[in-house]
Ligand binder design. Sequence first.
Ligand code: ATP
Length: 586
Amino acid sequence: MTFSNLAQYFEKLEATSKRLELVDILSQLFRESSAEEIGKICYLIQGRVAPFYEPTELGMAESLVAQAIAKAYDASKDDVIKSYRHLGNMGLAAEKLSKAKRLKTKAVSVTEVFNELLKIAKFVGKGTVEQKVTTLSNILKSIDPISAKHVVNIPLGTLRLGIGDPTVMDALSIAKTGKKDLRPEIEDAYNKTSDLGYVAETFFKHGKNGIKNIKLVVGKPVRPALAERLPNAEEAVKRLGNTFAAEPKFDGFRVAVHKDGNNVKLFSRNLEDTTNAFPDIVEGAKTQIKAKSCILEGEAIAYNPLTEEFLPFQETTKRRRKYNIEEKAKELPLILFAFDVLYLNGKDVTAKPYKERRKLLESIVSADHTVVRIAEERILHTAGEITKFFNEEISEGLEGLMLKKLDAPYKAGGRGFHWIKFKRSQSGELSDTVDVVLLGVYTGRGKRTEFGVGGLLVGVYNEKKDRFETISRVGTGLTDEEFRKVNEISKKLRISHKPARVESKIEPSFWIEPKVVLEIFTDEITKSPIHTAGMNPSADGGVGYALRFPRLVRFREDDKRPEDATTVSEIEKLYKNQYVGKKSSK
Ligand code: ATP
């Protein structure tokens, strides 16, 4: 396919925010794509040249991109910047200059442009800046104005086609079968590898059987298995049967260790490569995990080496940093409490029941190691035993319990009753928070004028419709510092129109690109005609869910992607559960 053809599809995608139309256009695009280029196209749609978890960035900000545009079209950098300021988008500035220059372009393929962009990401060492500028300018010289517009938005991270992973997966299935019927198989393969390009290429090359055979790969992050909530211990016993496992719920951050010999990679809850941030865990994994190759998961929590006490989350989270890594590692050492194994010595073990995986885990990590330790596990039978263990853990300063079904496989990318979480709230009672996505800000009044932000418009993720729906305005629980932080985020992610994947009946002062996740404590979930979360105009007269007295607990931009926020179906369950929960004796 020519890049020019792809750019025409980008134009069409940009012009709509309706999910069905997006799926339709994408499936037409995929039908025209060859097996060799489909993977690359999947990355380009997301404005990338690699899967999202790979830290492969083009490393060109506005100034360098402007330089490349100037060089391509014999303009001055100042003129490019002026035009950019006037038009509000660097892509539009490139398109305008390209049109005026009327260059003779040739039919460049998607693969050629992709490979050149990848080169830009890979240049290192002396002369890198010059090489990046020249390579981008050469690409621009060879393509038409519309293509230039979209290419320029890739290094800048401003190619916003408003397409989420579920939309791509539906379109892949439709492109091959005319229906969405292969979506479950595609999603399964995606959950195992987190790499849509790789899944799409395998699908196009080897069909349905090809993706069914996709296994975990050491080095490709696995979308994590997630826990369900239940209102009380009695309900949990009903779900789990009379024999189940219970483990302490550590309040740190989730770490997936991918080990192949002495080669160790770490991934976070939101599948970011965090290998460089935790050299102590990397070293621990090399020497304290007895496996040639494995993927295991655990929760990292900081402790005080003198008193051997666990530290609260606010301390643990100080280890998530880009600078002074070694120094902080000495000050706040981490223990990784391993709680599951997904892959061992060449074999994907996710299909084995939990109790067998636990045995495998016990054979490769022990309880007395300094860095990688196995999490304590107790086999329980009754609600009373749950309450007793829960109270013990709370008094040790831990967050609560995780209950696990003994015969359940590891379900990558899924929330289910195979794991049930019981958490303590700030006031000590059993309760939970919700994770919302920042969608807009209201400018401040009074004292808050100085922060630039007076309130936040937040939403949850509707996984069926692949969009974000509003659920609340948040104005309390934020410190001055946090208001300033929201203002900084707002300056970076502010956009002039409602983002493509946002459904809202209200208009904040500024819209924000849905990227940042916030944890919110709320008194109650109520129904509201103002918010769109879960709203189904035809079924219930247009009533959505809302949060009552929402307070900010913390920012979760480090460990959750917007699609990992609480979903509409979880809100529905929380709404139904909340009154049962209040009556619970826990
Ligand atoms: P979720 O991960 O379910 O979206 P969340 O990130 O807000 O929610 P929690 O609701 O606190 O996290 O519960 C799940 C998380 O608990 C896991 O992702 C993991 O990081 C952590 N965790 C702590 N201890 C354990 C354990 N023993 N087994 C599994 N997970 C644990």
